[in-house]
Design a protein around this ligand. Structure first.
Ligand SMILES: Cc1cc2nc3c(=O)[nH]c(=O)nc-3n(C[C@H](O)[C@H](O)[C@H](O)COP(=O)(O)OP(=O)(O)OC[C@H]3O[C@@H](n4cnc5c(N)ncnc54)[C@H](O)[C@@H]3O)c2cc1C
Length: 503
């Protein structure tokens, strides 16, 4: 685009969504695009959002961000999966570990051999066949780990979201993004109804051709201005509040997130270098804010480092993420509780999708429709996955959990569960975030073990099947054996390079 036709993209908001958008646009937008970000220190950010899934590494890599520098700057740690404690029943725990569980044999996925092995009394719990879970529970980490038949041990990060935003701010400003500090009080429209400017309360006006609304739950442009509408999913996911508090770190520096079921919701635990992030997600129909805070404070590893802070939300999604010349990214586009750490990923995928259709003028309605369809699909499959965790509980005598067990499931989730129980089938949709192994771990973890397998699995006599299962298990163990402790690996990686090396 020639310089005289500069295309002005204005990002509204400077939380994780705003600065991730700014950084990606700064890195990839061709000449002729001018990127401005407006944020208000007085309003601040939501201040939570610390656990991610492996896709975040692609984002950082695409931005050429050095991993050690990133972990130092964000006080981050490694994450190999999520442990779910008490979700099936009190005292029970399982893990959704990243990466593979077992391995395919011939044309069949591992779960068919595993199901047959279970029936014959030969197979152990799924956890024994996952290098990620073995490493996580042993507190081991190595980004380059591999083993016999195991190419990698996929991982994500825990990080301080505020520090990540600051890190990306430095990155973006160094690449030409203009940051304006100020409070947006309104917007003006063009003759055909698009947003023309955002108006700051000190009289400044910021004009743009395209606006990325990263203003958080407020949805300043997408909702307050364009009134796009919100699809409320509270009937499926009724938790509507979270109380968050950081606490002092203890020696238990786990390379995984923990989600522990509580009487009317659940509690997260996210270990960072300088603190542990904690929060209690709950449904206010069953527990008051004070009770929820008390439950949280009674279940911390160390001393709280701040007062508990309550955050209210409504689960659901914006009816259109892209409306006119506004794209909602982050909390302004919708929200689902962080049970599977998906929000930052949704930011990333919205930005990635935007980059593939970088708008010029005029904006093609077919592109907008395609974008919105894919974004809606993505939200809906994540929603189904979250609902599964709640619906398949066997917790007795707690009104919240009884209600969740009695949920009327949507058609897509009902179908998935029926296919799994009836035929040991798991068919993620095209482009779906969660793999069949992710679904398998949660289905089985919640107690929905398949009682059948593909008859091709019968071709292997019991002795051969056992040898296969044993080989898979020892490959997972051998992969983990040389891995150092998470804390040592991280310390080594994050050690400042000596002046000599740096030079
Ligand atoms: C309880 C909870 C736990 C979460 N945990 C996780 C997790 O573990 N993993 C995960 O991936 N995600 C998690 N998330 C989601 C994650 O926090 C968000 O997706 C992420 O922080 C992005 O937020 P945001 O940038 O959209 O909004 P915000 O952080 O709210 O930022 C909004 C920005 O808009 C600006 N702004 C708003 N109004 C104005 C105005 N009038 N004028 C100027 N500027 C304005 C603000 O100043 C701010 O800069 C969690 C969310 C919640 C609520």
């Amino acid at each position: 685009m020639p310089a005289e036709h500069t295309y002005r993209i204005v990002i509204v908001g400077g939380g994780t969504a705003g600065w991730m958008s700014a950084a990606a646009l700064a890195r990839f937008a061709p000449p002729g695009y001018a990127i401005t970000l407006v944020e208000s220190d007085a309003i601040g950010t939501v201040g939570v959002g610390e656990a991610t899934i492996p896709g975040i590494r692609h984002f950082n890599e695409a931005l050429d961000i050095d991993e050690a520098e990133f972990l130092r700057a964000t006080k981050g740690s490694f994450k190999l999966g999520i442990e779910f404690c008490g979700w099936k029943a009190d005292g029970h725990s399982y893990m959704h570990a990243f990466g593979t569980v077992g391995r395919q044999l011939g044309v069949l996925p591992f779960r068919h051999f595993w199901a047959r092995g279970r029936a014959l009394g030969l197979a152990k719990d799924l956890a024994y066949y996952s290098a990620n879970e073995i490493a996580a529970r042993a507190g081991r980490m190595d980004t380059t780990a591999s083993g016999p038949g195991i190419a990698e041990v996929p991982y994500a990060y825990h990080f301080d979201a505020g520090l990540y935003a600051q890190f990306l701010r430095r990155y973006s400003e160094a690449r030409g993004v203009t940051r304006l500090e100020g409070k947006i009080a309104g917007a003006t429209r063009t003759a055909d109804g698009d947003i023309a400017t955002v108006e700051l309360d000190d009289g400044r006006s910021v004009a743009g051709d395209f606006f990325v609304d990263c203003s958080g739950f407020r949805g300043l442009l997408i909702e307050q201005e364009l009134q796009t509408g919100y699809e409320d999913w509270s009937h499926w996911l009724p938790c509507n509040r979270a109380v968050a508090v950081p606490c002092e770190p203890t020696g238990n520096f786990t390379p995984y997130t923990r989600a522990t079921a509580r009487q009317a919701g659940w509690q997260w635990r996210i270990p960072l270098q300088h603190r542990i992030g904690n929060g209690h997600v709950y449904c206010s129909d069953y527990i008051s804010d004070d009770e929820a805070s008390a439950v949280l404070l009674a279940n911390l590893d160390g001393q709280p480092l701040a007062d508990p802070r309550v955050i209210e939300f409504t689960t659901g999604r914006r009816k259109a993420m892209w409306n006119r010349n506004v794209l909602a990214v982050g909390l302004s586009s919708g929200f689902m509780e962080p049970l599977e750490s998906t929000s930052i990923h949704l930011i990333q995928s919205a930005i990635t999708r935007l980059l593939t259709v970088l708008p010029g003028r005029p904006i093609d309605p077919a592109i907008v429709a395609g974008f919105n369809r894919r974004a809606a699909d993505e939200f809906e499959t994540i929603r189904d996955f979250l609902v599964l965790h709640y619906w398949a509980n066997q917790r007795g005598g707690e009104p919240f959990w009884d209600r969740m067990r009695g949920l009327e499931l949507g058609e897509t989730l009902r179908q998935r569960i029926a296919e799994f129980e009836g035929a040991n089938q798991i068919q993620p949709r095209l482009d779906e975030l969660f793999t069949e192994v992710a679904w398998l771990q949660v289905l089985v973890g919640q107690g929905l073990e398949p009682r059948c397998w593909n008859p091709i699995a019968e071709r292997y006599p019991a002795a051969e099947l056992k040898a296969f299962l044993d080989a898979v298990e020892s490959a997972a163990i051998e992969t983990v054996r040389p891995m150092p402790r998470h804390i040592d690996f991280l310390a080594r990686l994050c050690a400042e390079p000596s002046a000599e090396v740096a030079a």
